[in-house]
Design a protein around this ligand. Structure first.
Ligand code: ADP
Ligand code: MG
Length: 368
């Protein structure tokens, strides 16, 4: 089990991770989903003990990553965003070397390396120099290194970034295979990547954890409304009168369609649980108005992801604006300081400009 409590990481004045807390249970595939710069890699680097947090705690199977780093790290295999591969080594040499670093007992190293070579399908490449492998195969070597010794928890930072579609499918399949005996955590800025393999999604935006749930629950939890679009042959008043008779229709709009003669576009919102498709069919038929097309937009995970992350962006922009406003207010209301009084006593701007010119020339002469 992994417990992350109030994790915060500050770089200078920039808060990269802002008070994030979550608990991950064994056996699941978790996905960290968020736009670039959201704080995914920073969180993973702290969870794996690569960097220290500014505040907060990470506990891996009861071991605090700061107090008992050896015990905590022994439970984790990590594929960082930029895997530290040694280009001048062969695949097998590198994995042997990684086995030593991981302190796998000497008698077991050979078998452990063999196991991950099989798992990541690198048999034919074991004697190749890493430098000569394609990006997809390099990524397999990185993955092999992460699962070497079969740690309980496997953490993969953007494991499919930069790969072609076929390589992405191969890596996905490997991750799915791994998930059978391990807890897997992977990150991506692409929703499809996460929803294809993960059974639990943590959405991170601007350093905040904005949602954490199964994909199905996220859809249920965050969507109250869906949208419908119709093309109906009839006039605006005729169509409006039909819509008025149907319950549950929100914010209807009826406009002329310029492509289909004598037809109108109809748009409205609807409670996500309500289904009015058949009611619409009968109501329009009753008034002799044929429905030419009907589209039911069910909200997708993509909509929720976009909404949650853009909300967080908006909040961040508002906070920055508010901070600027506060600074300006402070300046405005501060009683004139000593410097300001001196400033007022000084000659006018134009005059000052002349003076600086003179000064500059003086300075240049001095230097020469
Ligand atoms: P993600 O992996 O979600 O793309 P990161 O965790 O890499 O995001 O970065 C989060 C934020 O922290 C970004 O704004 C990034 O610029 C900043 N950041 C990351 N590492 C450093 C660093 N070493 N020094 C300063 N800022 C950093
Ligand atoms: Mg990253």
């Amino acid at each position: 089990m992994i417990e992350v409590k109030n994790l915060t990481k500050v770089y200078g004045s920039h808060v990269a991770v802002d008070d994030i807390s979550f608990t991950l249970e064994p056996g699941n595939i978790y996905g960290f989903l968020g736009p670039n710069g959201a704080g995914k890699s920073t969180t993973m680097n702290i969870m794996t003990g690569y960097i220290a947090a500014t505040s907060g705690e990470v506990i891996i199977n009861g071991h605090n990553i700061l107090d008992e780093p050896e015990e905590a790290k022994a439970c984790i295999g990590y594929l960082p965003e930029l895997p530290p591969l040694y280009m001048e080594m062969t695949v097998e040499e590198y994995l042997r070397f990684a086995a030593k670093l991981k302190k796998i007992p000497k008698s077991k190293q050979k078998d452990a390396v063999e196991e991950v070579i099989q798992l990541t399908k690198l048999e034919e490449y074991r004697r190749r120099l890493i430098a000569n492998l394609s990006k997809g195969y390099k990524q397999r070597v990185g993955l092999a290194q992460a699962v070497l010794g079969m740690p309980e928890i496997i953490i993969l930072d953007e494991p499919t970034v930069g790969l072609d579609p076929r390589q992405i499918i191969e890596i996905r399949d490997m991750i799915k295979t791994l998930s059978k005996g391990h807890t897997v955590i992977l990150s991506s800025h692409i929703l499809q990547e996460i929803s294809a393999v993960c059974d639990h999604i943590l959405i991170i935006a601007r350093g905040h954890l904005v949602a954490s749930d199964t994909p199905e629950n996220l859809i249920k939890q965050y969507t109250q409304e869906k949208q419908m679009k119709l093309l109906v042959r009839g006039s605006i008043p005729e169509v409006k009168s039909v819509l008025n008779r149907i319950e549950g229709i929100l914010e209807p709009s009826v406009t002329v369609n310029f492509l289909e003669e004598g037809a109108v576009d109809v748009q409205f919102k609807l409670d996500v649980q309500t289904d009015v498709r058949e009611t619409l069919f009968h109501a329009f038929a009753e008034d002799g108005l044929p429905i030419l097309s009907m589209i039911n937009y069910e909200p997708t995970l993509e909509d929720i992801f976009m909404e949650l992350t853009s909300l967080e962006e908006q909040r961040a922009i508002e906070q920055e604006e508010e901070a600027v406003r506060q600074r300006m207010l402070k300046k405005q209301w501060k009683s004139p300081s000593k410097e300001q009084k001196q400033e007022e006593a000084r000659p006018s701007k134009e005059h000052r400009a002349d003076m600086t010119e003179e000064k500059k020339e003086d300075g240049e002469e001095e230097q020469a």
